[in-house]
Design a protein around this ligand. Structure first.
Ligand code: ZN
Length: 414
């Protein structure tokens, strides 16, 4: 098992002061970590906590986490009926995820979700439409077999899908035939055959809902929540296999220790320094206020949603305030929350910035970006820091602490 890096997060005090607006921000250290990890159950949390040096999760006996109560239905019982696998790629379960009835803010309409049965590792691949699923799956198989060609030589053995047209095409059939891959099609009305895949995707969607509700993030950002859900699930212990997490099980520790101290709460305020080409003119302030919506899949960076632009950027030039949730008091957020708890039938739509419609969700009390010390007071004027060194800097402290923490972001792989 890959080493799990300790949580040397000195920026988090043991008790976070409650915020004036009340209600949503975590108030104790274990509540903060419960939120950062996407609301895992106590057993999973405590297992991970032991590995990375956190205290056990001690929820208040007088209250319950409203996000958990809202996002999670009755937990399904029983074990997943995978056949016994002994290595990555032996059995992969593939499904299309989409049709959430929410208008998206980007042009990916659905997601290919791929779950490796041996490690329980999730891959989430955005697609422009369902027809793109075939080629995306073929590309993924090539990529993974390439990756493992010098790391054990694992090959895809069996692919399990449902009977959807995108999985029964001749192209895919011929590809599987040429590679010697077995294609298992689940029978639509056979619940035992479908059970494993359905339960796997229910887990993913449950985590996605927890993130949206916990951060009061409107559901048109569901694709960000889905990516982040997979990212977190890949790092949380799997209960039947308490000795490992999917990430370590899949990659075998090949990419160094898995670090947790860069996790931040989904939906919290993110103060990002935009690179010059993305700014609105030379006089625009370099720091914009956005929303933390996950982690980059191919670089050490966070994904930050900027409401005014209705776009998400990846950056490591960012600091966070985990007591502020900028999209919380917006109409779209309230509407989504009401819908989640069954109090309202309507669904909010994504803002349409490109069509000239003003963004409806910027709250009146949108927090101002904090003032930071100038770079020259942090970095010695000479020799100038190299562009590479600058790109690995992360502001890791709460913005009101008025300090820079130029530490490397420790996220290895997403
Ligand atoms: Zn919770």
């Amino acid at each position: 098992m890959a080493a799990l890096d300790g949580v040397a997060d000195k920026s988090v005090t043991s008790v976070i002061p409650p915020i004036v607006q009340g209600g949503l921000a975590p108030v104790t250290k274990d509540e903060l970590w419960h939120a950062r990890l996407g609301h895992p159950g106590k057993l999973v949390y405590d297992k991970l906590a032991k590995e990375i040096g956190l205290a056990k999760y001690e929820p208040s006996p007088y209250s319950l986490c409203s996000t958990c109560a809202t996002a999670k239905g009755q937990l399904s019982k029983g074990v997943i009926s995978d056949f016994k696998t002994t290595a990555p790629l032996q059995l992969v379960q593939v499904d299309l995820c989409g049709g959430f009835r929410y208008e998206e803010y980007v042009d990916s309409k659905c997601f290919l979700t791929i779950r490796d049965s041996y490690s329980r590792y999730y891959f989430v691949i955005p697609l422009k439409n369902k027809a793109a699923a075939t080629q995306a799956l073929i590309n993924w198989i090539h990529q993974q077999e390439n990756y493992f060609s010098t790391r054990g030589g694992y090959k895809v053995g069996t692919v399990r899908t449902d009977n959807g047209g995108e999985f029964t095409s001749n192209v895919l059939h011929d590809f599987f035939g040429s590679k010697g891959i077995t294609h298992q099609l689940t029978v639509t009305d056979n619940s035992s055959q479908n059970g494993a895949v359905e339960r796997a995707h229910r887990t993913l969607q449950e985590k996605m809902r927890s993130l949206l509700i916990g951060g009061r993030v409107p559901p048109y950002l569901w694709s960000e929540a889905l990516r982040c859900a997979a990212f977190l699930l890949n790092r949380l212990p799997i209960l039947p296999r308490l000795r490992s997490v999917p990430y370590a099980q899949y990659y075998g520790g090949a990419d160094g220790p898995l670090r947790f101290n860069n996790l931040r709460t989904f939906g919290c305020a993110a103060f990002a320094t935009l690179p010059a080409p993305l700014r609105d003119g030379k006089l625009a302030p370099p720091v914009v206020t956005g929303v933390m919506v996950g982690y980059s899949t191919n670089r050490k960076a966070y994904r930050v949603y900027i409401p005014q632009k209705n776009k998400t950027y990846e950056t490591n030039q960012v600091s966070f305030d985990e007591t502020v949730f900028p999209l919380r008091d917006t109409a779209a957020s309230h509407q989504a929350y009401d819908f989640a708890i069954g109090a309202a039938p309507g669904l909010p739509k994504a803002p349409s910035v490109d069509k000239g419609v003003p963004h409806p969700v910027v709250p009146v009390d949108f927090p101002e970006p904090p003032s930071f010390p100038s770079r020259s007071s942090v970095n010695p004027p000479w020799p100038p820091p190299s562009p590479v060194a600058q790109s690995t800097r992360v502001m890791n402290s709460p913005p009101n602490s008025n300090r820079w923490y130029p530490i490397a972001c420790g996220i290895n792989r997403f």
